[in-house]
Design a protein around this ligand. Sequence first.
Ligand SMILES: Nc1nc2c(c(=O)[nH]1)N[C@H]1C(S)=C(S)[C@@H](COP(=O)(O)O)O[C@H]1N2
Ligand SMILES: [Mo]
Length: 300
Amino acid sequence: MAYRWKNTLQPRDATPQQIFFNRRAILGALAAGAAVSTLPHGAGADTLAPNPWEDITQYNNFYEFGTDKSDPAKYAGALTTSPWPIVIDGLVERPGTFDVQEIVAQMTEEERIYRFRCVEAWSMVVPWMGFELADMLAWAGVLPEARYVAFETLLRPEEMRGQRFRTLDWPYVEGLRLDEAMHPLTLMATGLYGKPMPKQNGAPLRLVVPWKYGFKSIKSIVRITLTKDEPPSSWALANPREYGFYSNVNPNVDHPRWSQATERRIGQGLFARRTPTLMFNGYEEDVAGLYAGMDLQKHF
Ligand SMILES: Nc1nc2c(c(=O)[nH]1)N[C@H]1C(S)=C(S)[C@@H](COP(=O)(O)O)O[C@H]1N2
Ligand SMILES: [Mo]
């Protein structure tokens, strides 16, 4: 591997468990006494400590279960996640249908704390569990002609009530360039906070690409295809003027309908100060090299 995994978020940035579990009492005491606005922001501990379980599992985007941020937590319980066959095909040495457990059994799962950035200018810090997509691709054996990786979410309107409406062209699809897919920051996530992945977050297996807007991180994956050509992505299909294939977090390129220069950290309240968005979501040192020489205004 040309790269080794690197991330500035360390376990010591994590909220200590007793604070995590007692945070309502602590926040209550803070509200009664000290002004919350004196808490650090910017690159301080406040920014780095993971969002609590409730933020991460009750404020979601998963249009298969509805368009409201609270819909996935309400309706994803209907999804059957076992058995969960995944097709790996296209330009690989070992195409086939594998059960998710068979794949996970080959991989070493570890916890990684990533800043996760969504397109509507909000962010969270999430302690994901998972393994590198690169390991899974190596297991399948990538053929030399492959240049992209295409992903597809389950299509099952009986259990995914949002798929009964044409909010998107189902199934949800996404894609990465092969070098992006092979980067050690690119995670196949199996859980969060040391627990199995909640259904609303994309059980049993979802992608996490921390330097891109949230919609690239496709959930509940059933098919991975190695291709020669750039694969489609659901949001670019729905609105190519607003969403591009790359979708790298970039404060200098605005969405046609809103600025992307600042973001709001979920859980700090609607009136919390917005913080400047970092190039590549703070992972510039790790990933800028992937885009050397590319016009990022054009390849947004
Ligand atoms: N299949 C599927 N994957 C998806 C989505 C979706 O609607 N369907 N929403 C995307 C968007 S817009 C975001 S911001 C993230 C949200 O992930 P989270 O709910 O775990 O925070 O999932 C992404 N993956
Ligand atoms: Mo999003």
